[in-house]
Each structure stands twice: as C-alpha cells, then as structure tokens.
Design a protein around this ligand. Sequence first.
Ligand SMILES: Cc1cc2nc3c(=O)[nH]c(=O)nc-3n(C[C@H](O)[C@H](O)[C@H](O)COP(=O)(O)O)c2cc1C
Length: 462
Amino acid sequence: MAKTELRGSHGPAPDHVLTRWIGIENLARIGVYEKQGGYRSWKKAMTELEPAELTNEVKISGLRGRGGAGFPTGIKWGFLPPPDGGPRFVVVNADESEPGTAKDRYLMENNPHQLVEGILIACRAVSAQQAWIYIRGEYDLQHLAVQAAIDEARAAGYIGEKPYGVDFPVDIQLFRGHGAYICGEETALLESLEGKRAQPRSRPPFPAVKGAWGRPTLLNNVETLSTLPWIIEKGGAEYAKFGTEKSHGTRLFTVSGDVRKPGNYEMELGRPFRDLIEGMAGGARPGRKIKAWWPGGSSAPVLTGDLLDTPSDLEALAAAGSMGGSGGVIVADDTRCVVRMAYRLMQFYARESCGKCTPCRVGGNWAVRTYERVLSGHGTADDLALFDRVQSGLAAGRCLCGLGDAAGWVIQWTMARFREEYEEHCLRNECSVEGGGRAQPLPSTAASGDLPPPEGRKLAHA
Ligand SMILES: Cc1cc2nc3c(=O)[nH]c(=O)nc-3n(C[C@H](O)[C@H](O)[C@H](O)COP(=O)(O)O)c2cc1C
C-alpha cells in the first residue's frame, strides 16, 4: 500500500470546505448565504481577477474532478480554445446516477447557492455566458432548490446582464435528465441535452473543443464546481495545503450499505478509509465484520475488508487496486454473498447499457444469464471460464465509455478477490454465506430463475 503524507498544515484536518456552512438554518436562502460570505468569491472573480487568473488559481489548487475520472480541473479549463465570438458553454453534471452515490444531491439540497456561485466563477474563467445544469430527472427536491437559488441570484443581479457592473451577460438554466445511468457520461449527457438519444460520442474531439451544439464546452461535476467559491476566496495555494502530494483538498463521500450511520461525510484526502467507515459512519453492525467495500461507487473495483486502512487519495487507491471514482463508498458485511452482489450489479449494468457498443450490449446480458444459472444451483466449472471470457471482452477499454469497463470489473474483481465464493457456487453449488449449504434459489421474480443448464452439460451436484 502506498504511504501517504497528509499535507494539512492547519492543525486538525479541515474537513469543512464543501460542508462548512451546512447546518446553518435557511442556508438555501440567498440572504443567509450572503451573510456567511457567500457571493464574495463571485465578486472577486468579476472585479479583481482576470479569467486567466481564475484558471490559474484552480490549477494551483490542484483540484481534481469529483465526477469519476479525477482529471485536474484547471488543466481541463485550459483546454478550451480562445473565444472566437461564438457561443461557449459550461455544462454541470448533476446526473448523479452512480450506485451508492448521493453527495451531489446533498450539496444541491443543502447549499444550492454555493453551486450557483461555483458555476458563475467557471463561466467567467472560460468566458462562457450560458450554463446548463443537467440534473437527474428523479431529483425533484434538488431541482426545486437549485431553481430557487438561480431565481434569487438573478433577482440580486449576480446572474444577468451586468454582474457587478461588468459587461459579462451570464445565464444559468436547468435541464431535467432522462432517467438513464448513461446520461451521466459526459458525451451521452451532451447528446441528451441537445435533445437526442443519450449515447456516448467517440473522442477526440473532447467537449472542451467540440461539446454542446458543437461549441467549446466546459463540463464539470456538481462537487467540483461547489469547491470553487472556497478556492477563489482563500486562494488555490491554501487549498493545495490539504490532502496528499497529488490529491489535494477534501472530498464528500457517501457511505452506504452495512454501516451503522450511512450518510455523506466530508474528509481530507489521504486520511484512511477506516476513519470514514468505522469512525464517521459508525462501522459494521453489531457482531458483523466488513467483508467487501467499493471505494468509488459500484464502478470502482471492489476491495476486501482487510484494506480499510487504505488512504483515501487517488494514488493510494490505485496502488490498492481500485479507484476514487464517484466517492460513493458501498460497504458489505459478512452476511452478503459476493456472487449474488455481483449478479445484482450486473443486472444494473446490463439494463443500463445504451446498446451502442457490442461488447457492452451483449456481454452484460450474457453475464446476467450466467449468474442466474449459477445462483439457481446449476453452476459448473465451465462457468468460471465463461465469467472470465465475458469480463475480458467487456473491460480494458473496448467500449466507447466507461460503462463497459465497469461491468467487466464487477466480474473481474469480485472473482479475483473472492474466488472461493465463485468456486463454491460454480463447482459445488453451495453458498457458505447464505444458509451455509446449498445455494438458495433466486426469487421467483428473477428473469430466468429456473433457467436450465445448457444442453449437454452435466450438473456438478447431480
Ligand atoms: C457510465 C458513466 C456514468 C457517469 N455518471 C456520472 C455522473 O452521474 N455524474 C458525474 O459527475 N460524472 C459522471 N461520469 C463521469 C463524467 O463522464 C465526467 O467525467 C465528469 O462529469 C467530469 O466532471 P469532473 O471533471 O468535474 O469530474 C460518468 C461516466 C461514465 C462512464
């Protein structure tokens, strides 16, 4: 495991960048937000700093995208070509569809003005006068909260023709998402925003060069943008003091699953996951042990329970064999069958495949049917090889977007790290976790719970 030095020089870890004001009554109202110092960074961005200086501050901060890939935010901003007089856009990824992730909704619900202020700063930095927030269709409350914040900011003149008297007309509009996981993938999101079916585009060109309606577009996640008011207020160098050498600042984690206190917790990057899972989220239920956990949403490779001391920075996670992903930490204790969990996740990825790439469209369903056969007590040694074949056809960048990779990793890493459970199911048709003996039948609602073994194959337990 990589050794990680925290860089925080402010005494105890700050843990209060994004959530510093959350808990103050009526923070979603503009007057309360302003009273804390809200919109001061927007004023600074308009009256004291040039757009290039804003980008530079973000580069200095070392902030990395919180949507999944962890790409350095300031560097991404620098990819937009110089203004040519035509339209340019900021697009906010508020789709938040990664399983186990609910931190963007928390930010939108509890501090919508922080997001609005962050979006405005990004608009100024890349000279975009129109921002779109692509918000997950199911997020009703959050939609209302953000719309109310936009309306208040417009009435106060922060959004409009001449914020702070500067000739920079800027507007923000909300667009409700279309209810599919793929809509969170940046290029599929842009297709959907343009009124088309959400399917990924091939890259290059990247959205910075050719994004919404073919124009230069900056696309960032809600949490990424919500961090900007703090960075512009205090300076990039101040932010860079927190975290590790390569993963600066804090992150808002969602902890779900078999813990006593599931919820959203902000933590300095580099602190061990044990602080988050056992400390903040209360650890396993009484008498239970954490067996498996996904550190970055279900699309990140699963880790075993003995790795809770892994530091939370992106480099340490990569060294441990996983990734930071969306920051959704899913915890499973020793009452869960890993094969059954993998099956549940594969159902999700198979159903959510947009169908554009063949490995993803075909492989996901193939895997689901294999899991159903195995979990129905009809597994054979051949199924181990079959799982392997399907995962290698899915993962390793064979698809246009990361959905195929994620589906492949579910099989690959649950099998690599919990091989004995796959062998129990496939070789002996047993499950030592659930019921301690014969594999339990799938619920009768499962698509093909009674699926017979393929022709000519001998049942291992027959
Ligand atoms: C299948 C798939 C789903 C995704 N869903 C989301 C999502 O719901 N929210 C999000 O911010 N990023 C999501 N992403 C990542 C985005 O494509 C993109 O990298 C991110 O929004 C960029 O913002 P950032 O640089 O601020 O992280 C998804 C990626 C894939 C491959």
